[in-house]
Design a binder for this molecule. Structure first.
Ligand SMILES: Cc1cc2nc3c(=O)[nH]c(=O)nc-3n(C[C@H](O)[C@H](O)[C@H](O)COP(=O)(O)OP(=O)(O)OC[C@H]3O[C@@H](n4cnc5c(N)ncnc54)[C@H](O)[C@@H]3O)c2cc1C
Length: 518
């Protein structure tokens, strides 16, 4: 492979750390396109000269792109990764780095937990969206042990320590319940097991450690990274095969040839506000778009420009975090009618999804004196406080008597450690009787609701991109949030997006390497 700018992997790797601190504001990326730009594929017949030729071109340097690159390189291909930002690593590098894995990983076993492929599959299918991509879920669960071993082989650090609390492990533990496995009714649908695998370290930054390891491994294998390279369009032959990519240099198009194919691993579109309004309007007014500045939807638009189907585009992970401390989960979450609508200890993306989508974005966490946040904890805005629940419901404009009735009913059983309505776990049940009573706002535009898009290009298990007519688009693969994969609404647990991106990124790398097109 020849390169015109000569960025070595070593040089490029130093820059990826910057990606983690890149501004999340959409408008900060001068190089990116916007909805309405022409992302249609260029005709190969118009290309006069290829500025660069590689076996495989990967668009995007996050988890999906880097795992694709490693696999393609390991299969003997020249691999070029193009990254539009200054730094490498994408949203993955900013993330908590939790990977959802199970079926009896060495860490699960060492920490004394039994798990099976069937239990993992049952849980994902039961807790997740209607009509999930069952074939992808099955492959992912069946491959989970092998995928864990692969991550370890590529230097991703884990420890045999279990974290037995709410929230994210912060003190070097690598295993925790990252989803709804212990929450009713899911704990009765499949045998619960902790499946959140997080790189070991202190104080978060798990995604940083994950990407550091993967980028180092890719560099050692000889994958070439070029940063500040925003891919604009694909190049397509008259028979539909994707032959390369188009970028712009000094306002002029330049073309890079990919002899075996192109992998689109360019993240999602949460920072392309026009796309969000068009494809996932219910997300538009939610408080915290979550992703790197590269989440502009360009990979999806380029795929569509080559005839790919984009599916489930309104799907999203929407979170709202009340815990830790676990103590506040002894409170109750009520909607505008003063009604509870789910077990309060549910995974925070389940609470976020339910509240944003099914409760019109309006709800409160109600606590008494024993379940209130410590005064210095201001994560949820406190919007009402009163010595009597009647006063609290008046302040919140909840219909008269509704909050009182809900609380009385809850207390009636809570004093016995029971919750007949939602089977909340007994460790989070206590009657709400000690004033003052408080209401914390869970409104989608006021509380912190991190969210990211899950819709994307339609792909097969091999990460092969599928056209709107159901045919394979030769030479085109996609993975991570550029594709529609395991993550969907509601989200089943932290780690499902990075798990999907790393695994189906690998699938893309293997597939493109075995593609014989020249
Ligand atoms: C703070 C935070 C915490 C999170 N924690 C977790 C977690 O613990 N577990 C989990 O499963 N999920 C988590 N997520 C979500 C998860 O990190 C992402 O969904 C996932 O990492 C996406 O991986 P990816 O490879 O698809 O995209 P990315 O990692 O975002 O990589 C895509 C790359 O493509 C580049 N790119 C885009 N367009 C172009 C173009 N036209 N040309 C060239 N390059 C381009 C981007 O700049 C970017 O670097 C978190 C997200 C955030 C923001």
């Amino acid at each position: 492979m020849s390169t015109s700018r000569g960025d070595t992997p070593e040089r490029s790797r130093r820059y990826w750390l910057k990606a983690a601190s890149v501004s999340v504001a959409a408008g900060t990326v001068a190089a990116c396109g916007k909805w309405g730009d022409d992302q249609s594929a260029c005709a190969a017949s118009d290309v006069r000269e290829w500025a660069l030729i590689a076996d495989v071109i990967v668009v995007g340097s996050g988890a999906a792109g880097t795992c694709a690159a490693i696999e393609a390189r390991a299969a003997g291909c020249d691999v070029l990764v193009l990254e539009m930002l200054d730094g490498l690593g994408g949203a993955t590098g900013m993330s908590d780095g939790v990977v959802y894995l199970g079926g009896g990983t060495p860490i699960q076993k060492a920490c004394g937990f039994e798990d099976s492929v069937e239990d993992m599959y049952q849980y994902i299918v039961a807790a997740g969206p209607v009509h999930p991509h069952q074939d992808k879920v099955q492959l992912y669960c069946e491959s989970s042990l092998e995928h864990f071993a692969w991550l370890v082989k590529h230097g991703v650090p884990f420890t045999d320590k279990f974290f037995d609390d709410t929230g994210l492990p912060m003190n070097g533990e690598s295993l925790y319940y990252s989803g709804n496995e212990l929450v009713y009714p899911f704990r009765e649908m499949s045998r619960p097991a902790p499946r959140g695998h997080v790189t070991s370290g202190v104080g978060g930054a798990g995604g940083h450690r994950l990407m550091e390891a993967l980028l180092a491994s890719a560099g050692q294998l000889g994958v070439v990274y070029k940063n500040n390279q925003a891919v604009k369009r694909l190049v397509q032959a008259s028979d539909g095969r994707v032959l390369g990519v188009m970028l712009e240099q000094d306002g002029k198009p330049i073309y890079y040839r990919a002899k075996r194919g192109v992998v689109l691993a360019a993240g999602g579109f949460v920072h392309n506000r026009d796309m969000v309004k068009l494809f996932a309007p219910e997300l538009h007014d939610i408080s915290v778009p979550w992703g790197s500045a590269g989440d502009q939807g360009l990979g999806i638009l380029m795929g569509m420009g080559a005839g790919a189907a984009a599916i489930r585009m309104n799907q999203a992970l929407i979170g709202v975090t009340a815990y830790p401390p676990a103590n506040v989960l002894k409170g109750i979450i009520v909607n505008a009618h003063g009604q509870r609508y789910m077990p309060e200890e549910s995974y925070y993306c389940l609470v976020g999804h339910e509240t944003a989508v099914h409760q019109r974005g309006q709800a409160w966490l109600i606590t008494d004196a024993d379940s209130a946040y410590p005064q210095e904890d201001t994560r949820l805005p406190e919007v009402a406080k009163a010595n009597f629940l009647e006063e609290l419901e008046t302040q919140l404009k909840i219909p008269q008597g509704a909050l009182l009735a809900t609380t009385n009913y809850y207390n009636e059983y809570a004093k016995y450690g029971e919750d007949p309505l939602f089977q909340k776990h007994p460790r989070y049940i206590a009657p709400l009787i000690k004033p003052p009573f408080r209401a914390y706002d869970l409104n989608i535009s006021k509380a912190s609701y991190p969210h990211l898009t899950c819709g994307g290009l339609h792909t097969r298990n091999s990460s092969q991109v599928v056209s709107i007519w159901g045919d394979d688009i030769g030479g085109l693969y996609a993975a991570g949030r550029t594709a529609s994969g395991l993550p969907a609404a509601p989200c089943i647990g932290n780690g499902i997006s990075v798990g999907d991106a790393t695994f189906f990124g690998r699938q893309a790398g293997k597939s493109v390497a075995s593609n014989s097109q020249a």
